[in-house]
Design a protein around this ligand. Structure first.
Ligand SMILES: Cc1cc2nc3c(=O)[nH]c(=O)nc-3n(C[C@H](O)[C@H](O)[C@H](O)COP(=O)(O)OP(=O)(O)OC[C@H]3O[C@@H](n4cnc5c(N)ncnc54)[C@H](O)[C@@H]3O)c2cc1C
Length: 242
């Protein structure tokens, strides 16, 4: 049996949930297909939970624009829906005089991106704010903060459900075929494979989004959609007293 839906959203991470909550406010027939047993089990629950200000992104890029706009929207959302968060600010430090020029470049870039509250601070101000950090200068970003990412996703999931979006878990999208103005979406669940017909497909499959785009026949290299993974490391610091 084939089901018809207006919008199929692939992936229930922070992005898919936010899209579902907003679209469901505007229209019926929003379906979210998620391969895991519930929402938010991948990158959206394995990150630094920072509300970024929008300092580093290339001027004029969508990332720069959306990050600056999103910063205040996210604080408003957290306030309105009771998501734990703190606007604690961030200091980017220059550990030697050679790095001060880089700080000044970030200050200029951030300002051009529309981050209006950045300012350079002295060694003493850095030390006063964070005595455990040794730096020759710093740049203070007051609108950077932190939030509880899982609480954010719970709020978005609740809103999307309340507004009529349907969530189908343990259901992986394994094929996409353009048919007329919509798509045949091939899905795999515990019962095997079947398909649904969707008027619009939204790809919010996170680290799998290039493969999902590939399923729709998009040339990943030509479109610039191929993902390149980078490895990073987190350090956790304790004070000498433990
Ligand atoms: C180490 C690290 C730190 C970060 N720190 C921050 C930070 O401090 N602040 C910040 O704003 N951002 C941060 N980010 C980025 C942020 O976490 C991501 O941009 C965000 O979580 C992406 O959300 P998403 O919904 O696109 O992806 P995901 O959370 O990965 O969700 C994608 C979903 O799609 C599902 N899916 C994939 N393929 C299919 C399929 N074929 N069928 C059905 N479902 C599918 C997956 O199961 C998953 O649930 C960080 C990222 C990393 C890696």
């Amino acid at each position: 049996m084939s089901i018809d839906v207006d919008v199929a959203i692939i992936g229930a991470g922070a992005v898919g949930l936010a899209v579902a909550a907003e679209l469901a406010r505007q229209q019926k027939g929003v379906f979210v297909l998620e391969k895991n047993q519930t929402f938010g089990l991948e990158t959206s629950s394995r990150n630094s939970e920072v509300i970024h200000a929008g300092i580093y992104y290339p001027e004029g890029s969508l990332k720069a624009r959306f990050c600056v706009e999103g910063n205040s929207l996210l604080y408003d959302f957290c306030e309105k829906y009771g998501v734990d968060h703190r606007r604690l600010g961030k200091i980017i430090v220059a550990t030697d005089s050679g790095e001060v020029e880089k700080l000044e470049e970030f200050l200029e870039l951030g300002r051009r991106n529309g981050v209006t509250d950045l300012r350079l601070i002295s060694r003493n101000e850095v030390r006063h704010t964070e005595p455990n950090v040794e730096a020759v200068a710093g740049m203070l970003s007051p609108s950077t903060g932190i939030l509880d990412a899982h609480a954010l996703m719970r709020a978005l999931y609740g809103l999307a459900r309340e507004r009529g979006a349907d969530f189908v878990f343990e259901t992986e999208v394994v094929g996409l075929e353009k048919v007329g103005t919509g798509y045949d979406v091939e899905i795999m669940d515990r019962e095997g494979t079947s398909s649904i017909r969707a008027g619009i497909v939204i790809n919010s499959a996170g680290l799998n989004s290039d493969r999902v785009a590939g399923l729709a026949g998009i040339d990943l290299t030509q479109a610039g959609y191929r993902l390149h993974y980078c490895k990073g490391e987190y350090f956790s610091l304790n004070s000498p007293e433990g």
